[in-house]
Design a protein around this ligand. Sequence first.
Ligand SMILES: [Zn+2]
Length: 320
Amino acid sequence: MKNMCDIVQDILPLYVDEICSPSSRTLVDEHIPECEKCSATLERLKRTSIDSSIEQEKNTVLKHHQKATARKTFTVGTITAMILTIPVIVCLIVNLATGHALDWFFIVLTSLLVVASFTVVPLVVSEKAFLYTSLSFVGSILLLLGTCCIYTKGSWFFIAALSVLLGTMTVFLPIIARLYFPNNSFWKKNKGLFVFLTDTVLLYALIIFIGIYVKSQTYWYTAVSITTVCAVSVWLFFLIVRYLPANAFIRAGSAIMYSGVFIAVINGIIDAILGEPQIRLFAKDNIINFELAVSFLAVGLVVLIAGIIRAGVKRKSCKK
Ligand SMILES: [Zn+2]
C-alpha cells in the first residue's frame, strides 16, 4: 500500500491538470477512496490550482480594465484638447483677417493652455499625473502673464510671476515632495524644510523684484526688515514644531507660548522699524492683542507642563 501511495502521489499533479493517461487516471480513482493521505493531497492540489487560476484570471481582468480606462481617458483628453483649439483657430483667423497684430491670438492661446493644463494634461498623462499637471498649470500661467506683459508693454512680469510661483508652490510643493521624492532620501524626511527653504527664497526674490520695480529709497530698509522679522518668526515656529527634540506636548506647548510672545511683541517691532517706537503692548487700543498674548502664554504653559510631566513619567518607567 505504501508503495502504491508513492506512485499515486507522483501522478496526482498530472491527474489534477488532466494530462495523465487513462490507466493512471483509473489507478488514482481506485486508490483515492481508500487512502486518507492521498485524498488529502488531492484536495490540496485542487484548491491551489483553483486559487492560482482565480488569481491569474483576476490579474488579466484588472490589467485589461486598466488599459481600457487609460485608453478612454486618453480619448477624452484628446477630444477636450481639440475643442480647446477651436477658439484659438477662430482668433487666429479674425486676427489675420483684420490685419491686427497677433496680440489677441496669443493671449487666447495662452489662456486656453492654462485651461488645458488642468483638464487635458491629467487625462493624457499616465504616470506622475499630479507633477505634470501642476508644472504645466504654473508654466502656462507664467506664459499667459508674459504674453499680457509683452502686449501691454508692462514691466511687471517678474513681480506677477514670482507672486504666482510663491502662491502655487506653497500649495503644490508639499504634495509633490510627498508623492515623488525617493523614499528614505534626506528631502523626503525633511519635506517641511524643503518647502520652507523654497518659499523663503521665492519670498525674498519677490521683495527684491518689487524693490527694483518701485525704485524707492526708503523701500529697501523697511521691506527687507519687515520681511525678515516675519520670515524669522515663522521659521522659529516651524523649527519648534518640527525639530524640537521633545515629546509632542512639549513641542505644542512651546509653539503656543511662542505664538503668545509673537503676538505681544510684533506690533512693537514693526513700529520700531517704521520709526515710530512706542510700547504698544499695554496701550488701550492694543487690549485685544494683550489678552490674546496672555491666553496663548497660559494655554501654552499648561500644555508644556503636561509634556514635562509626561516625559518625567516615561523616564521613570524606562528606568524600572
Ligand atoms: Zn495513498
